[in-house]
Ligand binder design. Structure first.
Ligand SMILES: [Zn+2]
Length: 391
């Protein structure tokens, strides 16, 4: 069979600047576009309402415009109405070779054509830049750790940029977001994004402990997304894509967005993850003292961020000593398995990197076996967790 050029190659080349942070076209897996079962969405023609010009003209027009501006072949894109009064849209995952997008009836009723174009652009972004294999996921599709949630939120920032290329107008995107977030239609909501932003900023506080539940969320907050889009709308690359000149260098815009994310949710998530790695370092050192009677702190001190803390280690050893002699080993293992659980839930990638450096440094000690067991326990728990088993 003759080789058929991948229609997405050209699209990706043109839209490189839409990719923000770690997930971009260059690190997609090789088989990302392999046609698995291009007809797998056929059931949607029976169970949902297909979008076509004759029956759902406004949504169909929006989908046409989004495809054209993103450079996608419209015949590869299948749109459906999701009968749901809430405002929402989704990209049907798992069908490669075709893009399948759904928009709720609530969204079609409240959005203008340009707003729908923005939302379709975002959803089609998930087809152009698939996250398959790049973000650890649970069987229900949720990110498998706090670290994966951060990656996911950054990916959504990229998707918003695809949406902007499709609708070409920051204000349109911002109003679509305000409608999406409030559930309101045009008769009840204005386009005053500035007032919204001034009010929403009240939620951003210095006390990062307020963000603990949000640290696992898949999408950045509306405020952060609107700000990220506002930055992107001033970038040189975006302006070039919509046929305009000028603008800020892309790197400068990305740095602004990173700064914004870090100033809010990601900062706290980062702190929670650092806490776990620091605790693992101190607890392993304390375990070594327990089993071997001593430990060289220098072996644990290779990353200035996670310097072993002598006082903390002494306190942990003291707590272990307080247990009856026959219960002490059990207490050590219990502490370590709790930390394994926290590492899996919060920061598996960082923990993996930490152990990669730490384990060789302990290789010639009697504690090596316990350290290796800890690493194996961590790997096994991660596999279990990702397959949906409780850990
Ligand atoms: Zn999305």
């Amino acid at each position: 069979m003759p080789r058929v050029a991948n229609p997405l190659t050209k699209v990706r080349k043109r839209l490189e600047a839409c990719c923000f942070a770690e997930i971009h076209f260059k690190n997609l897996p090789k088989d990302k576009d392999k046609v698995m079962d291009p007809d797998k969405h056929r059931n949607l023609y029976r169970t949902r309402f297909p979008i076509q010009r004759e029956t759902v003209p406004a949504a169909d027009e929006a989908l046409d415009i989004a495809c054209e501006r993103l450079g996608l072949d419209r015949t590869l894109v299948h749109g459906f109405v999701d009968n749901n009064p809430k405002i929402g849209a989704s990209c049907y995952a798992g069908i490669r070779g075709n893009a399948v997008v759904l928009m709720t009836s609530g969204a079609i009723e409240r959005f203008t054509i340009p707003e729908m174009t923005y939302v379709f652009g975002h959803e089609l972004g998930h087809y152009i830049l698939p996250d398959r294999g790049l973000i650890g996921q649970l069987p229900d599709g949720m990110p498998s750790s706090m670290e994966d949630a951060i990656l996911h939120r950054k990916l959504e920032i990229s998707m918003d940029r695809f949406g902007m290329v499709a609708c070409q107008d920051f204000k349109v995107a911002a109003v679509a977001f305000m409608k999406l977030n409030s559930g309101l239609g045009a008769q009840h909501i204005t386009d005053d994004v500035v007032s919204y932003a001034k009010e929403a900023i009240r939620g951003y506080v210095e006390d990062h402990s307020e963000y603990i539940d949000e640290a696992y969320s898949t999408h950045p907050s509306l405020y952060a997304r609107i700000r990220a889009l506002s930055h992107y709308s001033e970038s040189e690359e975006f302006l070039k894509l919509i046929g305009k000149k000028g603008g800020k260098p892309q790197a400068e815009v990305d740095a602004e967005v990173e700064k914004d994310l870090h100033a809010t949710l990601d900062y706290y998530a980062g702190r929670l993850m650092d806490d776990v790695i620091g605790a693992v370092n101190n607890h392993l050192a304390a375990a070594q003292v327990h089993f071997e009677g001593k430990c060289e702190l220098g072996r644990y001190a290779f990353n200035p961020k996670f310097k072993p803390d002598e006082d903390v280690i002494r306190a942990i050893v003291g707590e272990i000593q307080e247990k009856p002699a026959e219960k002490r080993d059990e207490d050590v293992y219990l502490r370590l398995s709790n930390l394994i659980r926290q590492s899996v839930l919060r920061c598996p990638y960082r923990m993996h990197q930490h152990l990669e450096v730490l384990l060789p440094r302990l290789a010639d000690t009697k504690f090596n076996e316990t350290a290796q067991k800890f690493a194996k326990g961590f790997k096994d728990s991660l596999i279990k967790h990702r397959s949906g088993e409780r850990i």
